[in-house]
Structures are given as C-alpha cells and as structure tokens.
Design a protein around this ligand. Sequence first.
Ligand code: ZN
Length: 296
Amino acid sequence: MSLLLSLKENFAPIAIGSEKAPQNLNELRSRLQDAAQVGRARPDLAYYCHWYAEFLDHLRHQEDLSMLQTRGKPRRMWAEQSLIYLDLTQCLRLHSSQMLGWSQALLQEKSQEFGCLLDELAEALEEMKDWNEGCEARCLNCGWSGQVSTCPHCRFHLLKPVRQYGTQQNSYVRLAPLQANLFQAITSVLEGQCDLLALEVPLELMQSRYQKALEEAEANLHLPLAQQALQSIPRALSGLREISRVFQDFDAQHLEDGWSILFQADQALQSNPASPRRDAGSYCEMIVDQVTLTNE
Ligand SMILES: [Zn+2]
C-alpha cells in the first residue's frame, strides 16, 4: 500500500518560524491539542494545517489510481477510507483558514474532531492492511472465514480473494450481451452480492456460443473475419476455462485472470487495424445471443 508507506515515511513540511515542523499527522495532532490547551494558535500552525491538507489530498488522488481498479471488499473499504481523507482534508483546511480567530472552546472542539478522524483513518488503514495481506478463503460478502465451504451467514461459497488485478478496466471494448452478463456475474461474485453458482449459466452460454462461432468461422475460411476469429475465439475459450477453474479450488483469482484473457482476446480483434469496422461489428454479431437469456 503506497499510501500506508507514504504515511509512515517522513513527509513533514519545511519549518517556518522558530519551532520544528510537525513530522507527521500525530505530531500535528499534538500541536493542535497544545494550541487548544492554551487557547491560542500560532500562525505557523495554520500553515502546517494547510500543508497537511494538501498532502492528504495528494495521497488520496494518488491512491485512487490503483484502488479504483479493485473490486469487491477492497473497493468498498477504499470508498470508506476515501471519505475519511476528504473529511480530514476539509477539517485541516478549515483550521488553516480560520483557527487564528477561534475561541479556546472552538479550538478544543475542532482539535478533538481532527483527533477522532485520525483514529478513524488509522483503523481503516489497519483493516485494509489485514485484508490485503490475508489470502485465506473468505465470504466475499461479509468477510467471514472458517473451516467450512460456505458462509453460515450468507450461504455463499468461501473464496480465496483476488490478489492481483488486471489493467483491463483502463481500456474500452464493446461487450456483446452474453459477455456483459458474464462480466456482471463475475463482478457480483467478487463484490459478494451473489454466490459462485451464479456464474454457471452465463459461463455455459458463453462457452457454447463461442464454440458455435468457432465452427462458423471454420466453415467460412474465405472471409478475413474468419481468420481473425480463428485466432481470437480459442483465446477467449481459454479465458472461459480459466474462469471455470474457480469451481475446482475456490480461488477467485481465476475470475480476474480468466476475464483478463477473455477481454484481451476480444480487444485484440476489435483494435486490429487490418480489421475493417464492419468486421468488428459482424464479429460482435456472431457472438450476440439470438434470444433473451438474462432472466432464464
Ligand atoms: Zn458471509
């Protein structure tokens, strides 16, 4: 966690005035408490509040880049943590702009507020650290783990969490309805909204549709589209097999890895410069399902 590392390292501002600058957020908290106790804040403290507000804002943006690629519980944890950062930043900005005019009572109230937010942040960072470091199978909905295969609360299969995320979310590719259904099912499983078994039907439908598309391509070898399909569809099928491995060892990493393979197989075809736009369109048609299957 780059954020956690950043917080542990020394990023203190350059001292202004005669006193040493607070070296970290805990030192800043002590300075604010001291100011509240004497009922007066020094101008350099207002500057340090401003410095740390900007620092926290920068860290939050930096962390957003990687955390927005996660799914499921880490994403939810980040959503909560991100709110704490926003509150902290807002709190420090208020300190920096107004604290010199605050009464002792207000200084005490605001310094206490900052302290509480800092405690919340420490807890949130610890929770994230525990989650990231663990690879024990767990319920992706409530986080429960134990020696049985399903969560006693949610009745979901316990899964080993995803440890490594792909980068496909930074790219765009048009999803045919069957792919979209599978993607939705994977996301729902990873976010703990439904059980692993929800993947069975979309997976089977995708497998049989790709298989049929492969047969169609083999029967139409004279078309340039067929040549591309003969390269992409087997790769897509291997992605689907990778996803299916989750039923053997209950490791959610297969969902992430399999989707990545599948996604890249389709993306390669759609971004191939030799492939005229209409071909990419007709390829999509080849794998578009013919009937409504979503709720069947
Ligand atoms: Zn559960």
